[in-house]
Design a protein around this ligand. Sequence first.
Ligand SMILES: NC(=O)c1ccc[n+]([C@@H]2O[C@H](COP(=O)([O-])OP(=O)(O)OC[C@H]3O[C@@H](n4cnc5c(N)ncnc54)[C@H](O)[C@@H]3O)[C@@H](O)[C@H]2O)c1
Length: 320
Amino acid sequence: MSFKKIVLIGGGVLGSQIAYQSAYCGFDVTIWMRSEGSIGRTQPKLDAIHKTYIDTINVMDTPQGKSPLVWAHGIADQDSFSKEECLAKAEKAYKSINLELSLENALKDADLVIEAMSENIEQKHDFYKTAAPLFDEKTVVVTNSSTLLPSMFADDTGRPEKYLALHFANSIWKNNTAEVMVQPKTDEKYFNEVLEFAREIRMIPLPLKKEKSGYLLNSLLVPLLDSAMDLLVTGVSDPESIDTAWKVGTGAPVGPFQILDIVGLNTAYEIAAMSAAQPDRPIPYAYADIAKMLKEKIDKGETGVSAGKGFYEYGKKDEK
Ligand SMILES: NC(=O)c1ccc[n+]([C@@H]2O[C@H](COP(=O)([O-])OP(=O)(O)OC[C@H]3O[C@@H](n4cnc5c(N)ncnc54)[C@H](O)[C@@H]3O)[C@@H](O)[C@H]2O)c1
């Protein structure tokens, strides 16, 4: 292991998942947060993640748990799975995570700092500038930002050669990819160390040797979803037929409208509204009509799987 002490900045949805997964894989983990109030919000998240790991490990020990749709590769490999070992690792992880209010204490002796604060440009600039003089000489710093390029903050950190992006997906115990992306000033040595760390916490590391907005997944996914919605709003076809074309034609398990329901129509709407406001998009999809169609569905409460209805219906169970 090239890193020992891992520090999370922000204990929100992703920060708490990354903290738990890193502790599960044997790292010494601290989450820094600004106030007692933040601890009150993060601890229940850690409790819920712990329960999810325990429940998932128990399901992985049953025949249905072996299904590729259920198995959580972030937790264990199928051929070496031991329920007892995984449960012991989860218990140890849960008890070992430190919650720290002092930034100075949190950053002391840190090998890797993972910034997982809210997606707010000014607050990220402020954080890096405040933390720069407190970082240990050896500390490598990464951002989990989904939409902001690391080059925007590299100089704030005071160590641009040791700064890059490490981008996780939500539910990292199951969706275990980690996109590792340089910015122009990143030294390859630290790029390789972060790739290695991603492997050590059971992620599949996906290297990006150039900065790219949207990383790999969203660079592929967003155009697919945009095309699908364009085919719908321009009256070419319907969601079921478009999904069938994609699924049967490529062997993919789900189609774009099923993906939209999983992602949630609120997020899809925000992206479409942003695209509609940028007139010089490379492909002139009917973004304004797409945004209007999504807004109408959102106003009816049809926001996707979590609401029980989006482009498809998901039954009573999901309506809770
Ligand atoms: N939610 C996702 O699915 C997802 C997936 C991949 C990456 N991300 C990225 O991860 C980052 C965090 O997203 P999230 O969904 O966990 O957000 P979140 O809102 O759940 O959590 C944000 C955390 O940052 C803390 N925070 C906010 N401002 C702060 C400040 N000034 N100083 C210190 N802490 C501060 C909040 O208290 C909270 O704990 C974002 O950059 C986002 O783009 C999110």
